[in-house]
Design a protein around this ligand. Structure first.
Ligand code: HEC
Ligand code: HEC
Ligand code: HEC
Length: 131
């Protein structure tokens, strides 16, 4: 067998073997986009910038809870100059007051990564209450 035939054979093998990987690039593994509510879009800014929120919203919420429960302080002055109500779901300036559609925002992302925060056993999704 000539060297060229072997090289051609190997090339075909590599392409076939890698097909499932490059076929999926940017396709089935893409994470869903969390959908911003009209209210959040109008507000433009979150507590921290987008990528910081994406990575750190869990610990931010923990800090908020501790500050409210231990120090009874309920107003948060963010580094971007905006003020927020340190609440998961009470008030217009709380997380859920702005991210009003839990299903399309929080849940969409959490379902994808299979996390189910237990917060909702006690805290309410304002949308469910008003419906
Ligand atoms: C006043 C409205 C408002 C409030 C209150 C608010 N957010 Fe946001 N949030 C936004 C906006 C606007 C963005 C998109 C920011 C951007 O694109 O820079 C965002 C982005 C995010 C993201 C990143 C989304 C992504 O696609 O990566 C997460 C997570 C998030 N917020 C969670 C929270 C949590 C948790 C709270 C409460 C601690 C909160 N937000 C409070 C308006 C708000
Ligand atoms: C861009 C994706 C994304 C969005 C949008 C998002 N989350 Fe998360 N959230 C995550 C990921 C990923 C984790 C798991 C992080 C980990 O385990 O380290 C998480 C974890 C959490 C946790 C900690 C859960 C636990 O059991 O420790 C809380 C609380 C939480 N999210 C609240 C919210 C709330 C409230 C919203 C909507 C306002 C929201 N998240 C929107 C991605 C998101
Ligand atoms: C067993 C019930 C329970 C669970 C579960 C729970 N909380 Fe709470 N949380 C409370 C109570 C009670 C308060 C005090 C209410 C107050 O003073 O306004 C509170 C207060 C808070 C506050 C400040 C006040 C407010 O209006 O939100 C935040 C933020 C908070 N919790 C976040 C969380 C997050 C995030 C989770 C899930 C990781 C969670 N909590 C799970 C009972 C619970």
């Amino acid at each position: 067998m000539s060297k060229n035939v072997i090289v051609a054979g190997l090339t075909v093998f590599v392409i076939v073997a890698l097909f499932p990987f490059w076929f999926n690039i940017g396709n089935t593994n893409a994470a869903p986009e969390a959908e911003l509510s009209a209210k959040a879009k109008a507000a433009k800014k979150c507590v921290l910038d987008k990528y910081d929120m994406r990575a750190n919203h869990m610990s931010l919420l923990d800090d908020w809870r501790d500050t409210v429960v231990r120090d009874s302080k309920r107003v948060y002055k963010a580094a971007n100059g905006k003020t927020f109500g340190m609440s998961l779901s009470t008030g217009e300036d709380s997380c859920m007051g702005c991210h009003v559609d839990k299903e399309k925002f929080c849940d969409k992302c959490h379902n994808y990564v299979s996390v189910a925060p237990s917060c909702w056993e006690c805290h309410t999704d304002p949308k469910e209450v008003t419906q």
